[in-house]
Design a protein around this ligand. Sequence first.
Ligand SMILES: CNc1ncnc2c1ncn2[C@@H]1O[C@H](COP(=O)(O)O)[C@@H](O)[C@H]1O
Ligand SMILES: [Zn+2]
Length: 348
Amino acid sequence: MDNEADVFYRELPKVELHAHLNGSVSFQTIEKLIRRKPQLNIEHSMTAIGKGQRRTLDECFQVFKVIHQLVDSEEDILMVAKDVIKEFAADGVKYLELRSTPREEIPTGLTKRRYIETVIQAIQQCKEEGVDIDVRFLVAIDRRNGSQVAMETVQLAEEFLLSSDGLVTGIDLSGDPTVGHGRDLLSALQRAKNSGLKLSLHLSEVPSQHDETDLLLNIPPDRIGHGTFLHPEMGGSQGLVDKVVQKRIPLELCLTSNVKGQTVQCYSEHHFKYWYQMGHPVVICTDDKGVFATDLSQEYKMAATTFGLGREAVWKLSQQAIDYIFAPDSVKEQLKQKWSDLQPQEFK
Ligand SMILES: CNc1ncnc2c1ncn2[C@@H]1O[C@H](COP(=O)(O)O)[C@@H](O)[C@H]1O
Ligand SMILES: [Zn+2]
């Protein structure tokens, strides 16, 4: 990245709202982890999907298993989270919502509570070191683990909502979309919503989830991850689209993730176009910048070149994302001020 266009996208102040911690681990950090655990015999080709490569979504989930083997102690999580935060900051991200699934790892003594505390510690340390980024944390529910774990996760998140000084703001529902059904998670998600946790749910990431999506939209979530198969041309329905539009639920869109994971045929067919043209709130995100070998600047550039957005439109897109963050209004105001200070004269 060093031509004039690339500099524009890197310097563009950005908001990242959909980033899974362990999917965001860079090549350099994987290198350090491999050196820490040579006995695992893990190679780089097992942890990332390079340029021009594609995998099935199922194969993507195998990649996360490999990364989880490399990241299994407090020490690893602290390093990974700090590196990821600093990489987003270096890419011009001014506000980041990281999400991650708390894991217990008996061999290293890691507990779910310590997992969350360690991510919070990483956020605090970056702040103390003066890294120019505001970071919040969403506690993730892995849908594969069923209703009881979902409920326990919500209870843990509720505690941190009260004790983390605003750093834990919400819940993410993710995990292999082909496993389990949202109806089993409904009561945990409703409880989260009632206790003031914001909800970002992966919805309709794969086809044939019409009923699940319809059910979960009734909660309603505060944001939707992907929503690839919501609209009628993609096997969804006008009814689903109407619900999303009426409730004005923002969509977190991850172009490279969907293309490399093969749920979208090619960039030009990405549903960004459908929602953006409708004037519905959309936010460009990375999903898993490590696994999909991308960063947020590249995602903005890709959206702009694929769909013919001029620089002013790109600027607007990044600025509007501020409205959809889970942090309170005072933070939105600070960010708007920051954008305004950085905004080129010609877009004002
Ligand atoms: C590609 N599309 C996707 N769809 C659904 N869930 C995904 C995902 N990408 C990542 N995750 C979720 O994030 C976990 C890894 O980060 P953490 O260990 O939580 O930090 C994966 O195991 C999966 O549950
Ligand atoms: Zn995701």
